[in-house]
Design a protein around this ligand. Structure first.
Ligand code: NAD
Ligand code: GLY
Length: 366
């Protein structure tokens, strides 16, 4: 088992990584509890594979459990899902010092985290991520949210977990397409500030996706270690450090909005195409060598991820897509900061480009 730390002073927490850890969860949770009781929240896809194992491990540590199984998918990250979950927690007699367990992907993690930020004015929670996306990104860092009619993740809070337990073996049951979407977030860490890790991705990405366990471990540990460092440096995204984690997200957001936040384009797939577009936009504006933008596209294409508008299934014109970007929650002072790059591993934040320039570029990409 590997152990990392998110260094946030009194709110620091460990990230444990190891195959089979979910069967050993009781041992890691028990010392944190003030009373031997916890609540587990999961979804209908995850529960049949892993819930009984987690419950049994907690029972073996003499911890009583109650479990809630929610509908899978973004629909649960909603006012209705939040009401269902918070009412259930209160009905179960949750106490502030309890540690609610989020067992699932980013949807369960974001929803449980947000519920725990408000129930009884805040109770503790533990992340047990079971998708690659959640294992390398969403389970760490304390961003929690639900979606509302006006957009995704618009209602939320920063609320850090007290423990993150990553069992890469749970990826064995994850559908290949979901694995690919999570892999886009792995590639992101190379593109942000770690050119050597991008080279590692070029050499090992295909094996990782095919099930190579050593490659999965390396990618997860490297990614969460990078995320822990970034979160420790800029927990609330006020210094243009954590904002770099949004590489590909502004272009990706436009693609997701255009495809209706649906199964047509998963979040990670949109991020993949968005990262390729951010590199091409940078190259088109003389910021980044074209050869680097081409390498990004080539790698994403090699692992069957979208790498441009057409492969993302988007045919809208530039003005329409830039219009979606104007509604991004990252807009500040009427301007949308973009994460652009000077080359692989050299990303930076800028608001030097208006959405007109982005619209013209996207028209050229069609
Ligand atoms: P998800 O939680 O919807 O999981 C994807 C699918 O896989 C679901 O159908 C789920 O039931 C299923 N699943 C999960 N684990 C499984 C397993 N081991 N075996 C079989 N099926 C499994 O999606 P996701 O990609 O994990 O997360 C996406 C969400 O994460 C979005 O809502 C996004 O906004 C959020 N997100 C949050 C952050 C953050 O920092 N908080 C970062 C990135 C993304
Ligand atoms: N996934 C972006 C962030 O955590 O900041």
């Amino acid at each position: 088992m590997q152990s990392l730390t998110v260094d946030l002073g009194a709110r620091s927490y460990p990230i444990l990584i190891g195959d089979g850890l979910i069967a050993d969860i009781g041992r890691h949770v028990a010392p944190r509890l003030r009373r031997p009781r916890t609540m587990i929240v999961t979804d209908r896809h995850v529960a049949p594979h892993y819930l009984a194992t987690v419950e049994a491990s907690l029972a073996a540590a003499n911890i009583a459990t109650a479990s809630l199984i929610l509908d899978p998918g973004e629909g649960s990250k909603s006012w209705a899902g939040l009401a269902q979950l918070t009412e259930w927690l209160i009905g179960e007699g949750v106490e502030r010092s309890d540690h609610v367990i989020a067992l699932g992907g980013g949807v369960i993690g974001d929803l449980v985290g947000f519920a725990c930020s408000i129930v009884k004015r805040g109770c503790a929670f533990i992340q047990m991520p079971t998708t690659l996306l959640a294992q390398v990104d969403s389970s760490v860092g304390g961003k929690t949210a639900i979606n509302v009619a006006a957009g995704k993740n618009l209602i939320g809070a920063f609320h850090q977990p007290t423990l993150v337990v990553i069992d890469p073996a749970t990826l064995a049951t994850l559908p290949r397409r979901e694995l690919g979407a999570g892999y886009a977030e792995v590639v992101k860490y190379g593109l942000i500030d770690d050119a050597a890790f991008f080279v590692w991705c070029e050499n090992n990405g295909a094996a990782l996706l095919e099930g190579d366990s050593a490659a999965r471990h390396k990618a997860i540990a490297h990614s969460v270690s990078a995320k822990a460092r970034i979160v420790a440096a800029d927990e609330r995204e006020t210094q243009d450090i954590r904002a770099l984690l949004n590489l590909g997200h502004s272009f990706g957001h436009a693609l997701e909005a255009e495809t209706g936040y649906s199964d047509k384009l998963l979040h990670g797939e949109a991020v993949a195409a968005g990262m390729a577009l951010a590199h091409r936009f940078s190259a088109a504006n003389g910021l980044c060598p074209t050869v680097d933008a081409d390498r990004v596209r080539a790698h994403l294409a090699a692992v069957c991820l979208p790498y441009d508008l057409a492969s993302a299934g988007v045919d809208a014109d530039g003005a329409t897509l830039a219009g979606h970007m104007a509604h991004d929650k990252k807009v500040r002072g009427g301007k949308l900061p973009l994460i652009l790059t000077r080359g692989i591993g050299q990303s930076f934040v800028t608001d030097a480009f208006g959405l007109d320039a982005v619209a013209d570029f996207l028209d050229g990409e069609r």
